[in-house]
Write a protein that binds this ligand. Structure first.
Ligand SMILES: Nc1ncnc2c1ncn2[C@@H]1O[C@H](COP(=O)(O)OP(=O)(O)O)[C@@H](O)[C@H]1O
Ligand SMILES: [Mg+2]
Length: 271
């Protein structure tokens, strides 16, 4: 993405790796920020994610669509180190094996869960400030500039900064959850169904903010059941079915794939 060099959100450029591809000698290839190789996750004997391989190029939005129970949330939890997994996860060229969730946050991964996990009896601004624990050492000024960036992205949060989180609408809660994740200055956002329960107009607003983040250099793994909205926002998409990758391709291609159309782009998600 063209904005990747500006990085106003505090990221650092992705490592440039030499890859043995058939390209002109000396031309650097930017390695994907996230590389998942044959990842499997089980709950006891039940395998919820099976040998999933995916890549998230730096500065892009990659969506994972699929029905309820496909393994989308499980995949994100494993990426964050919240569930044990088999296979390989590489983030910015580093193997994540052995890294706990806190270390993965420090590496630059940020998860927004389906439940949003906000503190209802705290103010909007206090919820945001809590998200800044990664850059606590950098002090108040760094936190303030991060807050300003979040408020610039979501002016509604600024208007509501002293309100309790529990008084927010569904859309505002999603913005707050996203804003809080941004306070830790992630380079990769893992979003679990940000459109869930939101009216179509608010879904568009939230996903527009996600595209703005991508244009500012962030990478996003966007998990969605709302396939149409997700594919319209993302650069690439994976279809997950019964824990396995059933399809993968550029979003524009998946939007016109007959199987995706008939299974995932029915009446339900049209607005
Ligand atoms: N804590 C759990 N214990 C046992 N099975 C689970 C647990 N969480 C999810 N599963 C199962 O794993 C599969 C994938 O679930 P999930 O990752 O939540 O799917 P999705 O997010 O795509 O709806 C489902 O069959 C679900 O029933
Ligand atoms: Mg889920």
């Amino acid at each position: 993405m063209n904005g990747a060099a500006r990085l106003p959100l505090g990221g650092t450029p992705s490592s440039v790796a030499e890859m043995p591809a058939d390209r002109p000698a000396g031309a650097p290839v930017v390695a994907p920020l996230l590389e998942i190789d044959r990842l499997s996750v089980s709950y006891g004997k039940v395998q919820a994610v099976r040998e999933v391989s995916m890549r998230v190029p730096a500065g892009s939005i990659v969506t994972v669509i699929g029905p309820n129970g496909a393994g989308k949330t499980t995949l994100l939890m494993a990426l964050m180190g919240l569930l044990p997994s088999q296979g390989r996860i590489r983030f910015d060229g580093h193997d994540c094996r052995g890294a706990d969730p806190q270390q993965r946050v420090e590496m630059g991964m940020g998860l927004v869960t389906e439940k949003r996990d906000l503190f209802g009896s705290m103010t909007v601004e206090d919820n945001l400030t809590l998200g800044a624990f990664r850059n606590r050492r950098e002090g108040k000024a760094a936190r303030r500039s991060e807050l300003d960036r979040v408020y610039a992205l979501f002016p509604r949060l600024k208007e509501r900064s002293t309100q309790l989180a529990q008084t927010l609408s569904g859309g505002e809660r999603q913005m707050l959850a996203l804003g809080r994740a941004l306070m830790a200055r992630p380079r990769l956002l893992l979003l679990d169904e940000p459109s869930l329960g939101l009216a179509p107009r608010i879904v568009r607003e939230v996903l527009h903010a996600v595209s703005q983040l991508r244009d500012a250099g962030l990478s996003v793994l966007l998990v969605e059941q709302n396939a149409r909205a997700a594919l319209q926002t993302a650069d690439e998409g994976y279809v997950l079915e019964l824990g396995e990758v059933a399809l993968h391709g550029p979003s524009a291609q998946l939007l016109h794939d007959p199987k995706v159309e008939s299974t995932y782009l029915g009446m339900l998600h049209e607005d």
